[in-house]
Design a protein around this ligand. Structure first.
Ligand SMILES: [Zn+2]
Length: 329
């Protein structure tokens, strides 16, 4: 199932989750995170690679395992504990009711960037024409308008920036005219799929301990971070400030402190999203087709020199499914 289908099916299962039991047993049973034995040796004087957390698709309807009113403070607390500000990419249709402003206000008041992720989450590499995509982007302006920390960064749904040069370039022009920049992801991953498999498991076995899903997620994110960091160094000749993509979901709400700790143990430093997006790398506009994916992926593809290291799409469920199945997850 690709990202588009995933979101469709998520929307269908939501209505079944009228009563959301909280995963208290699971949480109590979650063992403390073990320090990975494979953490690379680090010269104390060497600068640490930096990354910011960017979170997509905040929603009032998570799944049967957690309510947004429990997820929201958990995520915000994890960020506050490290004193970093994230960028939240808001897709209007998921928060467009009275409670949505409560969800977003909590992020706004905590100083996080409130950014545009379109209203309807259309796939711009699909049949969606420019005009529809443009209207949908502008419609979402109203959703994020009330917030002090509204930030003119746009993230393409599915990281798809257009399947023709005409669509790609026309929308880039609209963004520029609207004062926007692209809220690029540099470290892409499939956290949404790990969460989806965990939710499926819990629907069959409500008392299943989620620890192996947490551990898979952390290993996956660290692996992808190392891949995109090395690729960025090979393409640009330097370490850039990275932006990690994760989604607003149950798994992340439960284990974000462990994820953040694991990155630090592996040598990374968390920074504010506003600082990350100042990196010159984010001003580049790769002319690839179909356009999109991680910014690092697209910059690498544009050179034509990294074909052996690039797959398309850059990340998706098809790469994780066999590995998770082999682990019984
Ligand atoms: Zn999204």
């Amino acid at each position: 199932m690709n990202r588009r289908k995933f979101l469709d099916s998520t929307l269908k299962t939501i209505s079944a989750a009228s009563c959301a039991p909280i995963l208290t047993n699971t949480l109590r049973a979650l063992a403390p995170l073990q320090a990975p034995t494979t953490a690379p040796p680090r010269n104390a004087n060497a600068p640490r690679p930096q990354l910011a957390l960017t979170m997509d698709d905040p929603t009032l309807k998570l799944d049967a395992n957690l309510r947004w009113t429990d997820a929201n403070p958990r995520i915000l607390k994890a960020l506050d504990a490290r004193n970093v500000r994230a960028a939240l990419f808001v897709c209007g249709m998921r928060v467009d009711e009275a409670d949505g402003s409560k969800l977003l206000s909590a992020w706004d008041q905590a100083g996080h960037q409130i950014c545009n992720h379109s209203y309807s989450h259309l796939n711009y590499c699909g049949p969606t024409p420019y005009a529809d995509f443009a209207v949908d982007f502008l419609k979402n302006e109203k959703i994020i308008a009330p917030y002090r920390n509204k930030t003119l960064l746009f993230r393409y749904p599915f990281l798809k920036e257009g399947d023709t040069a005409d669509k790609r370039d026309r929308f880039r022009t609209l963004l520029k005219e609207s004062g926007y920049r692209v809220g690029h992801v540099t470290i892409d991953a499939s956290d949404w799929y790990v969460n989806q498999r965990m939710a499926d498991r819990l629907s069959r076995e409500p008392k299943f301990n989620i620890q192996p899903y947490r551990d898979y997620l952390i290993a996956h994110l660290l692996d992808r971070a190392a891949f995109y960091r090395q690729l960025a160094m090979d393409v640009l000749g330097r370490d850039i400030r990275h932006t990690l993509l994760v989604h607003y979901n149950t798994l992340n709400a439960l284990v974000l402190p462990d994820v953040m700790q694991a990155f630090e143990t592996a040598g990374w430093q968390w920074i504010d999203a506003s600082l990350a997006f100042q990196d010159e790398a984010f001003r580049q506009q790769p002319k690839t087709l179909p356009a999109g994916e991680s910014l690092v992926w697209a910059l690498a593809a544009e050179t034509g020199r990294f074909k052996d290291r690039l797959r398309y799409p850059g990340e998706d469920d098809v790469y994780e499914e066999p590995k998770m199945k082999a682990l019984g997850l």
